[in-house]
Design a protein around this ligand. Structure first.
Ligand SMILES: [Zn+2]
Length: 216
């Protein structure tokens, strides 16, 4: 059985089936491969079951054809492909449309939408709670929704514009709180909660649905 092994200072073994239906094994630094594989053996039924259900969860990449659905602010909207539109992707509040195109057109549209809709939220929270950041950059990195550097430069993943507004707000508040606390300490989460009391629901939404925002 193929698996990805991640060793660390942890004390116990853990198995996880990731969003790509691959087995990820987390193990203590010094535990022998024999012991690890014995454990995998013991859990083979669980692994089989999990990876089958994960496989059926793997999203099909879009083909950018008529009627396909695309996320924006947590809702799905159909794509219309018709010759009366230019190549540039448009959105009228109900339907996405272009005459031809694909991933690049959607990336450009999502980035522009993030600038218009989400960046003012960053301004709003920064001003209201006196959380000063230096610069903000928009990125599109797999697995990373936001980050805040030691010099308080904030990176935000513009694909977040596909998520509900409260999830976007949560990530923004999360990164702004890192301008004060450079870690995920109790104090950090306390500050997040003060500003954004319902953050736990949005945090778990992102954990559960994040892969859908990467499916372009
Ligand atoms: Zn963080």
């Amino acid at each position: 059985m193929n698996y990805q092994l991640i060793r660390s200072k942890r004390k116990t073994l853990s198995l996880q089936i990731n969003n790509n239906a691959e087995l990820v094994v987390r193990a203590p630094n010094r535990l022998s491969v024999n012991k690890i594989e014995q454990f995998i053996d013991e859990k083979s039924n669980w692994i089989k079951k999990k990876s089958q259900s994960s496989q059926s969860n793997i999203l099909k990449k879009p083909s950018y054809i008529e009627g396909e659905k695309f996320l924006y602010l947590g809702s799905e909207y159909s794509l219309s492909v018709n010759t009366t539109h230019g190549k540039k992707l448009g959105f009228d509040g109900q339907v996405f449309s272009f005459n031809a195109g694909g991933k690049q057109e959607f990336l450009a549209w999502y980035k522009a939408a993030f600038k218009k809709i989400a960046l003012p939220r960053l301004e709003y929270y920064a001003k209201k709670y006196h959380l000063n950041y230096s610069q903000v950059r928009l990125k599109n990195q797999k697995t990373l929704w936001g980050s805040c550097s030691g010099t308080n430069n904030i990176n935000l993943n513009y694909l977040l514009i596909m998520a509900p507004m409260s999830v976007i707000d949560y990530v923004i508040v999360h990164e702004l709180c890192h301008t004060i606390h450079k870690n995920h300490s109790k104090d950090f989460w306390h500050l997040v909660e003060q500003i954004f009391p319902n953050y736990k629901a949005d945090k778990s939404w992102l954990k559960k649905n994040g892969h859908k925002l990467q499916n372009l």
